[in-house]
Design a protein around this ligand. Structure first.
Ligand SMILES: C[S@@+](CC[C@H](N)C(=O)[O-])C[C@H]1O[C@@H](n2cnc3c(N)ncnc32)[C@H](O)[C@@H]1O
Length: 344
């Protein structure tokens, strides 16, 4: 490839001329040593007349590399056998919450986990990479996280639907994958509604609703004291007035409320049924309930509807199923489902 070789002290003026006259080959990188610089050029034009101190040479220039995607970098790191089964698992299993990336590393790739984590630093503003140390467990549904690369912190600020959420990824439950579902619920809230969110975690549902709707009042109840602490911090962080956060057991705390709610949200799959009786005590005719649970794909929407009808029959409450919405994968062939129903 053609190059134009000039003394280092003249390089700046030559570069400006080459750029201005579209003579610089932008797909290649210049080459330099202590005293000279060689520019990759597209044509010789009248360069020697303008810069008689230069010389034309033929040289090899390194090409400009476009930044690899994480997938491309992962392919380069893994052997073909590792790629076959594990690559997709890593790509579909990682989440970014604020500037923390959370990865799921298959046991077979343990030896390469730090290298995989290093690859993630720099993508999508990631400053810290952690791996899931356990599945969601216990009453608080938390996941232990193990630091792999970058800044040593588990606390970050995540943004969604116009709000900021501060949280510690290893001390509270949080899923960015439910952002669309939260937006769906917020879009259903009518002006002046009173909304109750049971199991409110760091306050994400109440805040998305309070910020994006004209609800008159939004209550959140959370048992995990750390989740509650973050909910209070987040209320301040977002300057929200019409929200109240309560720390305690939803079943007990509901009894202290003297409000009839227009909408009740119950994001505690597997156990929400244990609290439906308490929730119905603060409902009224027309209250809409959003009830979350897990169901095998093959049983949706029939089983979720049957389940709600059975539960409401048990509590002798007439109900009308509005819709059944799939909102995420829980396990292979098992989905998280929200059943929206109203009290008749
Ligand atoms: C699946 S998480 C959902 C958290 C939050 N709504 C979100 O979407 O990020 C369930 C939450 O319910 C809380 N929880 C569990 N049992 C509870 C109870 N009896 N009363 C209140 N909160 C409870 C857990 O601590 C956890 O934060």
């Amino acid at each position: 490839m053609n190059g134009f070789h000039v003394p280092k002290e003249k390089a700046q003026v030559v570069k400006e001329y080459l750029t201005e006259h579209h003579l610089l080959d932008k797909m290649s990188l210049l080459v330099k040593d202590d005293n000279t610089i060689t520019f990759p050029i597209l044509s010789k034009s009248n360069l020697l007349k303008v810069f008689p101190f230069g010389t034309f040479i033929t040289a090899r220039f390194p090409s400009v590399q476009k930044k690899q995607t994480f997938k491309e970098a992962l392919v380069a790191l893994l052997t073909p056998a590792e790629q076959q089964h594990k690559q997709q698992h890593i790509i579909s299993g990682f989440d970014v919450i604020g500037d923390i990336a959370i990865v799921e590393i298959p046991p077979e790739l343990r030896k390469k986990e730090k290298k995989i984590a290093q690859l993630l630093l720099g993508y999508a503003h990631v400053k810290t990479v952690v791996k899931k140390g356990t599945i969601h467990h216990g009453t608080y549904r938390v996941q232990r996280m193990v630091h792999l690369a970058g800044k040593r912190t588990m606390e970050t600020i995540y943004r969604e639907s116009g709000i900021k959420v501060k949280l510690n990824v290893s001390k509270v439950y949080f899923s960015p994958r439910l952002a669309e579902e939260r937006k769906r619920i917020a879009a259903l809230v009518k002006p002046k509604e009173k909304v109750l969110v049971l199991f409110s975690g760091v306050g994400i549902y109440p805040m998305v609703i309070a910020h994006n709707t004209s609800a008159s009042l939004v209550y959140g109840i959370e048992l995990n004291p750390i989740g509650h602490k973050y909910a209070l911090i987040n209320k301040e962080l977002n300057h929200l007035q019409n929200i109240e956060f309560i720390c305690g057991d939803a079943g007990k705390e509901i009894r202290k409320l003297h409000v009839r709610f227009d909408r009740i949200i119950m994001p505690l799959p597997k156990n929400a049924a244990d609290f439906l009786g308490s929730a119905l005590a603060v409902a009224k005719k027309g209250t809409v309930v959003h009830f979350y649970d897990f169901f095998p794909e093959k049983d949706i929407p029939h089983e979720p509807k049957t389940r709600i009808r059975q539960l409401c029959r048990k509590w002798k409450i007439p109900c009308r199923i509005i819709t059944v919405v799939k909102c995420g994968q829980y396990a292979p062939y098992v989905s998280r489902v929200c059943i929206d129903f109203s009290i008749g």
